[in-house]
Unconditional design. Structure first.
Length: 476
């Protein structure tokens, strides 16, 4: 179903599309297939609702977000199960994601009340300056399938807190989770038109309608760099504000003073996060020569023991990849690396035994001898493959780590304060984890530099992305 102007409804065309379980290939449900006409109605509803929503007090908007936070936690188990069915991640990870998603609602319920302004002294005695922050207006949100609940609240939370209204287009692979999030928003009693949902099997016409609409003042997008660039160009025609959370190619640097086992445990855990389908997953693991053998052995041991399967099976750490093209991409990268001289230490192929045959499973893999001629060294993998590169010096590894168009997450393992500090300063990335594989949270500004994006989500910065600055000069 679409959710437009406070009503659940079919698409104008009457069309629907199928949603499948990536672990079994089975159809889970059919969803209304929105088109450009539906997007237009949603934009009009959001535009009509804007003045009323922006005109409420921050306390009133905040109340709705608190209510949505509590309701989401009440529904945690059902939402997590749906997510495992639709997206494939292990149930335990799905539960964690719902908690993370709810955290954004809570954080921005609090931030709504902290949109402060400023007064600035003037050099003219009879003048004062004042700075106000006001909601940008109607926002278009386009979200990915890899975190099908938290990537929605990370945008909806700050938009609503700031006083914006929103039209959201979820990924075609995961509209069911989006519908459940919108049921929560509906139940907490948001005024009609404040939030609108347009699922579609074809993002192009809906995207074009959202991006060409003069009423839409901001685009917030999470997805691939390729699509992000395309959307940013479209947004330029009406000069929309943009926030972009795009791809990554995270380096994971292990210096020789670090404990190789501890570093390998961290690397293995963050590598298989969401079956490798997270933009902060490491894509190049650099280990200093002195501890390379110990690190690789510990990593291969850990990754090789990971169990793949349905996210509903207890103990499974590796779910399916989201679809066939994703599986083929991972397979192609591994084949390319092996053809160019890489060694498969563990894994390296598709998993098709027994019940895995119908899903999109790839074995958790460690590759060594990876070089910059291999596709995997440059392209984001989005799968459970850990490519290892041995290095000698700090300068060399920092230069290699920065030799990418991406700039989202990076990781450093060391116990040497100087090395840690120099690495933090020199890494051209929006996020650096030092002996830390989880540098994220609703209170922290998440985002990248270079081709990884623009703007920050979460933290104090999160809400400013949805606010315009107004300067007032006052003379008397
Ligand atoms: P991924 O490769 O991870 O699936 P995409 O960037 O293709 O990432 O998808 C992220 C989001 O962008 C999804 O909601 C998808 O439907 C949407 N999308 C993809 N292409 C377009 C487009 N041309 N216009 C608007 N949205 C798009």
């Amino acid at each position: 179903m679409l959710y437009i102007d406070g009503q659940w409804q079919a698409a104008a065309s009457g069309a629907t599309f199928a949603v499948t379980d990536p672990a079994t290939g089975k159809v889970l449900d059919h969803v209304a297939d929105g088109g450009a006409a539906d997007a237009r109605r949603a934009i009009e509803a959001a535009a009509a609702a804007f003045d009323g929503w922006a005109g409420l007090t921050a306390y009133q908007r905040s109340e709705k977000l608190y209510a949505a936070y509590h309701l989401m936690l009440e529904r945690r188990e059902d939402l997590a199960k749906l997510m495992t069915s639709e997206q494939g991640k292990p149930l335990r990870a799905a539960r964690i994601e719902v908690g993370y998603a709810a955290d954004f609602l809570l954080w921005f319920a609090e931030e709504a009340k902290r949109v402060y302004g400023q007064t600035i002294p003037s050099n003219r005695a009879e003048q004062r300056f004042m700075v106000l922050h006001q909601p940008v207006g109607v926002c278009a949100a386009i979200t990915p399938w890899n975190y099908p609940v938290s990537m929605l609240t990370r945008k909806i939370g700050p938009a609503l807190a700031a006083g914006c209204t929103i039209v959201l287009k979820p990924a075609e692979q995961t509209p069911l989770c989006a519908i459940e999030v919108f049921k929560i928003l509906d139940e907490v009693g948001l005024p009609p038109g404040v939030v609108n949902l347009v699922p579609t099997s074809d993002p192009v016409p809906v995207g074009a309608e959202l991006l060409s609409a003069p009423e839409v003042r901001k685009l917030t997008f999470t997805g691939s760099t390729e699509v992000g660039k395309l959307l940013m160009a479209q947004a330029a025609t009406t000069m929309k504000r943009v926030s972009m959370e795009l791809g990554g190619h995270a380096p994971f640097i292990v210096y020789d003073d670090a404990d190789p086992k501890r570093a390998a445990t961290g690397a293995a855990m963050v590598k298989v996060l969401n079956t490798g389908q997270a933009c902060i997953c490491p894509n190049r693991l650099y280990v200093q020569r002195g501890i390379a053998d110990a690190f690789i052995a510990a990593l291969a041991d850990r990754i090789g023991k990971m169990q793949a399967g349905s996210g509903f099976t207890e103990g499974v750490q590796i779910g399916p990849l989201v679809d066939q093209p994703s599986l083929e991409k991972v397979d192609r990268q591994v084949r390319d690396a092996v053809a160019k001289g890489a060694t498969v230490v563990t894994g390296g192929q598709r998993l098709t035994d027994g019940p895995l045959a119908d899903g999109y499973f790839f074995a958790p893999t460690v590759l060594t001898g990876v070089t910059d001629e291999m596709v995997i060294y440059r392209e984001e993998t989005f799968g459970p493959v850990a490519p290892v590169i041995v290095f000698d010096t700090e300068d060399e590894v920092l230069a290699m780590a920065n030799d990418t168009e991406y700039g989202l997450a990076s990781y450093v393992y060391t116990n040497d304060l100087g090395r840690a500090y120099r690495s933090i300063e020199k890494l051209k990335f929006g996020i650096v984890g030092v002996n830390d594989i989880n540098p994220t949270g609703a209170a922290a500004p998440f985002g990248g530099v270079k081709s990884s994006g623009l703007g920050r989500e979460g933290g104090q910065d999160g809400i400013t992305e949805y606010l315009d600055t107004k300067l007032v000069g006052l003379s008397f």
